[in-house]
Design a binder for this molecule. Sequence first.
Ligand SMILES: Cc1cc2nc3c(=O)[nH]c(=O)nc-3n(C[C@H](O)[C@H](O)[C@H](O)COP(=O)(O)O)c2cc1C
Length: 203
Amino acid sequence: MATRVYIVYYSMYGHVEKLAEEINKGASSVEGVEAKLWQVPETLSDEVLSKMGAPPKSDVPIITPNELAEADGILFGFPTRFGMMCAQFKAFLDATGGLWRAQQLAGKPAGIFYSTGSQGGGQETTPLTAITQLAHHGMIFVPVGYTFGAGMFEMENVKGGSPYGAGTYAGDGSRFPTELELEQAFHQGKYFANIVKKFKGSS
Ligand SMILES: Cc1cc2nc3c(=O)[nH]c(=O)nc-3n(C[C@H](O)[C@H](O)[C@H](O)COP(=O)(O)O)c2cc1C
């Protein structure tokens, strides 16, 4: 049976979604791995979203909490809000109490990816503060570390992402993931999928 990697994200303006698509390609490039993209439910009204200038959502399916249990490994992606994951993603995780009670996600590998508006706006605090969610579920946090290699030491151009996971800077909203950021996203998907596959093979 194939190793299932779920890529579960929230994206208001498309930056996290762009990373998710690239992560999906990276994970799908691993033989025997079936990767799947999912969005978490929106919590804001259409009126508020329109005032915030959010474009319509893509047609990536919306996940329900229990569907998380089907995955062998899960990558979670979200934009930052005041240095932490957005409320939409937190609301989704707050609905996973049933899974938590039965520890159905325990022992599953998990990774994180994210977008911030600015440098210093949460590239490290956003993934770091999200680790509490994984800990309570007993999930195994898989950072990318420095396995991306030279791209981790880019100094000439602005680059999002960190040892915690792939990342991008949205700036005022007009900046979209650069080639290098997309390469790190692809790398994270592939790296993570290989680890999930190994885990599944040894259990
Ligand atoms: C209420 C609110 C709070 C935000 N807080 C931060 C922040 O603390 N740091 C930061 O760099 N960007 C912040 N941003 C910018 C978002 O992180 C940015 O819009 C997001 O990364 C874009 O990703 P998306 O296109 O996937 O939604 C904030 C945006 C909103 C709407």
